[in-house]
Write a protein of this length. Structure first.
Ligand code: S3P
Length: 446
């Protein structure tokens, strides 16, 4: 049982190798969307493989507050008693989304179409993240959303405003913005079309289709027409490639490693990490590719192999956007230099991932040159040392894998948020061969 009152520190012993065959937890993006669309559907939706991590659980708790009956989760299984597009009711207080940007941004769109007001808030990290990227185009649709100064949360989403479909070209490639607008579009009069400057994850489009809601796709455009209905369906959430990424990197860099990760979602809008590791020389093979509920899935076999530095093609950046902390560890262990550009979005994730990774890599003896939109990493020898994850789950897990190649213990502070996306990370990585000990710390006084 997780102790929610502690802020764990990871101590990871140097060396070792990863082996075995296992399934990492369910996909976070799909888990959020399964709850949202299941709640808005007519009938009962059954979900398997739901991620029981804090972010997806925040979405689940929100829909309970909005009057939806949800049974579970029990071993990743949920039964959502859908209330239909117009069946939600006002919550009795603010909706606290914790650390979850996906919950907040998608809900801003979905709640803009309701007849009642809602307040969305979250933790310190989430209350620093930019929300204007969703509230501005939603305002163009007729939504009324009040933000804190600077366009951040808390958001007060006014209900009872008629929405109009819009045609919107996103200035940044963001699946959260696209999804927020498509969800608002379900409630809008006429058509809502969203253009993405580069491909981003398309789980919303695929899942809406699975719920029987027509989504039109035309090149970089996705569109919906308001006023339709969602029909309940069964959803099998595959393992999250973003969680698998830590093991893909760990097994690639640790000599003697040989791992199979089962039932991983390999939607082509998510597989940038496979392409980048492949360009770096990794030995990764997709076995038994199949399609499950409209999403491509495969078992992923990875074996250690020396990596070399590359210039990361910018077109792969949105397709690997959450995997850069892990990719930076691969780059630190590679021969030669890795150059990342076109990735300014990393500065507004759960932490400033360029700055926080640069500090951590430097603390472990790696030479880096952070830039406004990316970083240059010179592969080298990792010493041990102490790094601060700044409460960023993916940074904590990435540095845990770095110890496989360090000369001394790697200590990672502020690991409380690992549970947001990867409950059980410490146990699973220990079983796979990582020398990880968790020290529990009392929280700091406010
Ligand atoms: C997500 C989209 C991405 C990603 C996030 C999950 C989603 O964010 O980083 O972890 O589920 O739509 P952006 O849309 O801000 O790129």
């Amino acid at each position: 049982m997780t102790d929610h009152n502690s802020n764990p520190v990871f101590h990871v012993r140097p060396g070792g190798a990863l082996s075995g065959r296992f399934r990492v937890p369910g996909d976070k993006s799909m888990s959020h969307r399964a709850v949202m669309l299941g709640a808005l559907a007519e009938g009962d939706t059954r979900v398997e493989g739901f991620l029981e991590g804090a972010d997806a659980l925040a979405t689940l708790a929100t829909f309970r507050q909005l009057g939806v009956r949800i049974e579970g989760p029990r071993h990743g299984a949920l039964r959502i008693r859908g209330v239909g597009l117009h069946g939600l009711s006002a919550a009795d207080g603010p909706l606290d989304l914790g650390n979850s940007g996906t919950s907040m941004r998608l809900l801003a769109g979905l709640l803009a179409g309701q007849s009642f007001d809602s307040t969305l808030t979250g933790d310190d990290s989430l209350r620093r993240r930019p929300m204007g990227r969703v509230t501005d185009p939603l305002a163009d649709m007729g939504a009324a959303i009040e933000t804190a100064p600077g366009g951040t949360a808390p958001l007060l989403v006014r209900g009872g405003r008629p929405l109009q479909g819009i045609t919107y070209q996103m200035p940044v490639a963001s699946a959260q913005v696209k999804s927020a607008l498509l969800l608002a579009g379900l409630y809008a009069e006429g058509e809502t079309w969203v253009h993405e400057p580069a491909p981003t994850r398309d789980h919303t489009e695929r899942m809406l289709t699975g719920f029987g809601y027509p989504v039109r796709r035309d090149g970089a455009w996705s569109g919906v027409t308001g006023g339709g209905r969602l029909q309940a369906c069964d959803i099998d959430v595959p393992a999250d490639i973003s969680s698998a990424a830590f093991f893909l990197v760990g097994a690639s860099i640790a000599e003697g490693s040989d791992l199979v990760l089962e039932h991983v979602g390999v939607n082509p809008t998510r597989t940038g990490v496979l392409d980048i590791l492949d360009l770096m020389g990794a030995d990764i093979e997709l076995r038994h590719p199949r399609e499950v509920g409209g999403e491509p899935v495969a078992d992923v076999h990875v074996r250690a192999r020396p990596l070399h530095g590359i210039t990361i093609p910018e077109r792969l950046v949105p397709l690997a956007i959450d995997e850069f902390p892990a990719i930076f560890i691969a780059a630190a262990c590679a021969n030669g230099t890795t150059v990342l550009t076109g990735a300014e979005e990393l500065r507004v994730k759960e932490s400033d991932r360029i700055a926080v990774m640069a500090d951590g890599l430097t603390a472990l003896g790696i030479q880096v040159e952070p830039r406004a939109d990316g970083i240059v990493i010179h592969g080298g020898t990792l010493t041990g040392g102490t790094v601060d994850s700044h409460g960023d789950h993916r940074i904590a897990m990435a540095f845990a894998m770095a110890a496989l190649r360090s000369s001394d213990t790697v200590t990672i502070r502020d690991c409380r948020n690992v549970d947001t996306s990867f409950p059980g990370f410490a146990d699973l990585s220990r079983e796979a061969g990582l020398g990880l000990d968790v020290e529990h710390h009392a929280p700091e006084a406010p």
